[in-house]
Design a protein around this ligand. Sequence first.
Ligand code: GTP
Ligand code: IMP
Ligand code: MG
Length: 338
Amino acid sequence: MTCLIVCGGQWGDEGKGKIVAYLTLKDNAAITCRAGTGPNAGHTVTYKGRKRGLSQVPSGYVNENTLLRLGPGFLVDPEKFLKEVELTNTKTRIGVDRRCAIVEQKHIQAETSSEHLSKTLGTTKTGIGPASADRVLRVAQRATEIESLKPFVRDVPKEIHDALDSGGFVCVEGSQGYGLSLYYGTYPFVTAKDTTAGTFAADVGVGPKQVDHVILVFKAFPTRVGGGSFPTEMSLEEADHRGFVEYGTVTGRRRRVGKFDMEQATEAVRVNCPTQIALTFIDRLDPQASKARQLHELNDEAQRFIEELEGTLKRPVTLVSTGPEVYDIIDLRKEKIP
Ligand code: GTP
Ligand code: IMP
Ligand code: MG
């Protein structure tokens, strides 16, 4: 039995979706379960040339043997959920915990018309803040009250525990990143919830001692969408010049880009306590390494950067992502994990 949590070390969009898709396929997960916030988090999976941006369906959908679940901590937008289920053809193997709270149209409207949220903070207009507030006020709707969700309602923590008890691999898919955590991030420019490993465990109903691995994902060049400080940000001109152009999965907004921030990474390691690090976008540091699957294909600068990360953060870099496709990855786990 292995329980693994994937979380982000910067301002989200580190490529957690791609890492989760890879692990779900490679290690044949029994269950891949979404933790974290809800429809504000867009995870992109590119598999066999097809790119999908998902905000509800777990990225592990690419493995047809895997059960897909949404943990009790997750906020469900029923309309988006049903649309994505249809799109990914996952109706027979997806389930929502009965305790999940619901994002309603009124939450989206409240956020859109709130100057503070959608303008000053630059939120995603997916209703997360107002829906989370209603949950805390204990007036939120829950999955069992929504007719269209009834066929999908499950006891997700029980299913996860059963899967672990029978020797299965459970992959927990976190969202956003350390810098967007309600507790640890650049408040008030943060999301409506903590976004570190401990919360993701609680989101799906596993206790801290049941978690075997925490993978913290870092982008070689971090990005941020919306407002808030970004100490290592580069100018738009420099980002353009270097070809670092990315747009948000949910909002379509241009992502701000910066240089790697070791100070932020050190803090994210402290709080998430990862057992492994995944590094994405190494193809931005070494464009020749795009799609590489072996460490020796990386140039000296990229290899030195990995060594520097391991030396400073005192954790093994076990996965190095070399492009958006699921199998564009260097998997060093066999060599680095005893
Ligand atoms: P949040 O939960 O919203 O934080 O998202 P996420 O961490 O799942 O990341 P998201 O999919 O929103 O953004 C990452 C983007 O980078 C996607 O378009 C991926 O397809 C792409 N991507 C992932 N890994 C790599 C990589 O190693 N190289 C390149 N060039 N693109 C990558
Ligand atoms: P909210 O989560 O929609 O309330 O937005 C709060 C802040 O978090 C804004 O700066 C958003 O751009 C950012 N944010 C929320 N979700 C994501 C995500 O999945 N990726 C990147 N940024 C996000
Ligand atoms: Mg994203």
